[in-house]
Design a protein around this ligand. Structure first.
Ligand code: SF4
Ligand code: SF4
Length: 359
């Protein structure tokens, strides 16, 4: 029977696809990614350099996929990856990376380091080197339906308060609605005012919406811990609810992991395309709240058609093909890590474009 270390190394080998191999071999060790990572800029400790967080997986790639690496391994000239080493890397791969993607944006050779960290977590979780807190929240997500232990009963209690406050009914399991709203349990637990706020906005806008009793949680703990199987199970719940209710759109909160899991990784995780579209919450709610339903309707467009800045700090890279040109331009981040502003000088369609910075 394979040990947990062998399972972890095997999982890493399985995760090394063409982009991963290209990224490892393309790295020129310039260190530019360090200046983009808040863990490095706040500590100036070289161990927080983004590409360094992948060192064990890089060695697995060398030993298993490159000629010289294989030869050195055969001759006993390269160090095998050990359990102790993976244990040492656990805080670097989990606690010291938010998967924000700032490093991916600045890498001059286009290495998507956030993608690589996400892949390395598959090996870490298979080897048993995931943080206990994350293991526990993933267990709650699978068994109870939410990483914070929020159940549909808890949510219904919040609905009751919101209905008393707004005088409006919060639709649950309404078949044929246009929009299915999913929320992150952190929002429900810490910012429960979001429920009456959304109810009012959608009511004013005349939006046909619902929530689902069997697919209300947006947070994907499977993505956070790095397990594709668990991530697929959690995405599948939302997809099943959306299909059961025959909605046209699923509204994801801004949470970078939730949106990334549902919008970009989801179809690959479940192995088929969705019969609905995934939109971010600000794309539906903000234009309605700012311009009002009259202006919204006058334009004759769906709210999410309005171009808007994307404010999700946890996924600065946006995971969107539209954001990819940024990786080939000069990028300057605001020095304040909490600030969302980025100054980009993009080369698109042969023209230089400048996006505003905060200072
Ligand atoms: S910025 Fe890119 S090329 Fe430079 S060290 Fe980081 S990953 Fe390697
Ligand atoms: S994804 Fe963000 S937190 Fe993770 S290494 Fe890159 S810059 Fe640092």
């Amino acid at each position: 029977m394979a040990t947990s270390l062998q399972r972890g190394i095997q999982a890493m080998i399985e995760q090394i696809d063409a982009p991963m191999a290209t990224f490892f071999s393309a790295c020129v060790h310039c260190g530019l990614c360090a200046d983009a990572c808040l863990f490095y800029t706040e500590t100036q400790d070289p161990k927080y350099t983004p590409i360094h967080k992948l060192a064990p997986m890089r060695r697995v790639w060398q030993q298993e996929f490159t000629f010289w690496g294989k030869l050195m391994k055969k001759l006993g000239l390269s160090k095998p990856v050990t359990d102790a080493e993976l244990a040492e890397w656990e805080p670097l791969v989990y606690d010291s990376c938010t998967l924000c993607g700032r490093c991916s944006l600045v890498c001059p050779v286009g290495n998507d380091i956030a993608y690589m960290v996400r892949k390395m977590r598959e090996g870490m979780v298979a080897s048993g080197h995931a943080p206990d807190g994350l293991k526990e929240s993933t267990r709650r997500a699978i068994e109870l339906g939410s990483p914070m232990g929020i159940t549909i009963k808890t949510l219904q209690a919040h609905f009751k308060h919101a209905e008393q406050e707004t005088g409006l009914v919060i639709p649950l399991d309404r078949e044929g609605a246009n929009y299915l709203l999913v929320l992150s349990s952190a929002e429900v637990a810490n910012f429960s005012e979001i429920i009456p706020a959304v109810t009012r906005i959608f009511h004013q806008a005349g939006v046909s919406w619902t929530m689902a009793s069997d697919g209300f949680e947006a947070t994907n703990s499977g993505i956070q811990i790095g397990s594709s199987d668990l991530a697929a199970e959690l995405v599948g719940r939302i997809v099943k609810a959306a299909e059961r209710l025959k909605v046209k759109y699923v509204i994801s909160p801004e949470c970078g992991h939730a949106y990334t899991a549902l919008r970009w990784e989801g179809p690959n995780l479940i192995g088929r395309p969705y019969p609905f579209q995934v939109v971010q919450h600000h794309r539906t709610a903000r234009p309605v709240a700012r311009r009002g339903p009259v202006a919204h309707r006058r334009h004759g467009r769906h709210a999410h058609d309005f171009p808007r800045p994307v404010p999700d700090g946890a996924a600065r890279r946006r995971d969107s093909p539209a954001a990819q040109p940024a990786r080939y331009g000069r990028t300057k981040f605001c020095r304040d890590a909490r600030c969302q502003h980025t100054e980009l000088v993009l080369r698109r369609w042969g023209r230089r474009q400048r996006q505003p910075a905060c200072r």
